[in-house]
Ligand binder design. Structure first.
Ligand SMILES: O=C(O)CCC(=O)C(=O)O
Ligand SMILES: [Fe+2]
Length: 343
């Protein structure tokens, strides 16, 4: 962290065009590098979400016990979204030469760019993004922060702080469910729990049936908290071999288990493969907050989730930095990443 010239040391991404610019220059064509192989193309049939099981919705107030007040916190975090979304949209609305001032370096993953491009051959995602490490705040690398966008820093700081409180509540509940003390999962993140925020911007695409906004992947986080647009759907999760669209619910945060939690829970909680599709009508934005352990932490299943007969140990010991370098060094490739964690 904060190795100003060498980047985060987590990996990097090749530089590719801004999708927003491609669409601005010629909204009717889709360059070859974005057109997916037949089997990877999204089906545009709306029936998928209707015929498949719904994603469970958890009312945080039911989880709250006594003096704990998760619902209020969640509500607060979600109300911040309007403000935050405005600031993020203001960033993407800047002219390209302004945005390029915050462009991620080739050896880095922070800044404005198109993440996870590791080869000239790979198919590209129909989306632009801005990734910032938001916690711990002493490690902010302001060269990547568009401080000239009015309110941007304030909105990110506020949102990051509120979502951190929701994170602690969720980790406390997960700890309880895994048979541990309520602060155990927080402690497992090490001395410095990290938070990275990825702001995704998906321009419209004239042929949404040919492209993907984000390739299938699982998140390398412990948990991810995603705010998606209230009206425009795009997120799909893999379920029984098919893709289920997660219908946006106003004022809801989508929580998904990341690779690290899958390993900690010895596979009880699954880091689900997901992707994003685009549409030809409206630009979509989403904001993913990744909760990340300290780089030096060794990830392995917690003792309460392992026993000799019913739940043999399924995941190996691996240092988080080695894992994240491994995942970022490959193109997003479905569940291949968690396979690397398994024994
Ligand atoms: O845009 C979305 O809904 C998904 C984004 C995502 O999966 C990510 O940023 O990791
Ligand atoms: Fe994701």
């Amino acid at each position: 962290m904060g190795k100003e010239d060498g980047g985060l040391g987590w990996g990097g991404s090749l530089s590719v065009p801004s999708v927003q610019e491609i669409v601005r220059n010629d909204s009717g064509s889709v360059p070859e590098r974005y057109i997916r192989q037949l089997e990877d193309r999204p089906s545009m049939e709306p029936t998928m979400s209707d015929s498949s099981p719904e994603i469970p919705v958890i009312d945080m107030s039911l989880l709250a016990k006594g003096d704990r007040d998760e619902l209020g916190r969640l509500d607060f975090a979600c109300r911040e979204w309007g403000f935050f979304q405005g600031a993020v949209a203001a960033f993407f609305d800047l002219p390209l030469q302004e945005k390029r001032k915050y462009v991620m370096a080739e050896n880095d993953i922070e800044g404005y760019g198109q993440g996870y491009v590791v080869s000239e051959q790979q198919k590209l995602d129909w989306g632009d993004l801005m990734f910032l490490m938001t916690l711990p705040s002493e490690h902010h690398r302001f060269k990547y922060w568009p401080l000239m966008v009015p309110g941007f820093k304030e909105a990110v700081d506020k949102y990051s702080g509120e979502i951190y409180k929701v994170t602690l509540d969720l980790l406390s509940d997960f700890s309880y469910l895994m048979g541990m003390e309520r602060d155990s999962l927080k402690m497992l993140h090490g001395d410095v729990m990290k938070q990275g925020i990825r702001m995704n911007y998906y321009p419209t695409c004239s042929r949404p049936d040919l492209v993907l906004g984000v390739s299938p992947h699982s998140d390398g986080s412990s948990i991810t908290l995603l705010l998606q647009d209230d009206e425009i759907s795009g997120l799909q999760v893999k379920h029984r071999g098919g893709w289920v669209t997660v219908k946006p619910i106003p004022n809801a945060i989508v929580v998904n288990v990341g690779d690290v939690m899958e390993a900690w829970s010895n596979g009880r909680y699954k880091s689900i493969e997901h992707r994003a599709i685009t549409n030809d009508k409206r630009t979509r934005m989403s904001i993913a907050t990744f909760v990340l352990p300290d780089e030096e932490i060794i990830i392995s299943p917690v003792p309460t989730m392992v026993d000799d007969d019913q739940n043999p140990r399924m995941y190996k010991n691996i240092k988080y930095i080695d894992y994240i370098r491994h995942t970022l060094g490959q193109k997003m490739d479905g569940k291949a990443h968690t396979e690397y964690l398994k024994l």
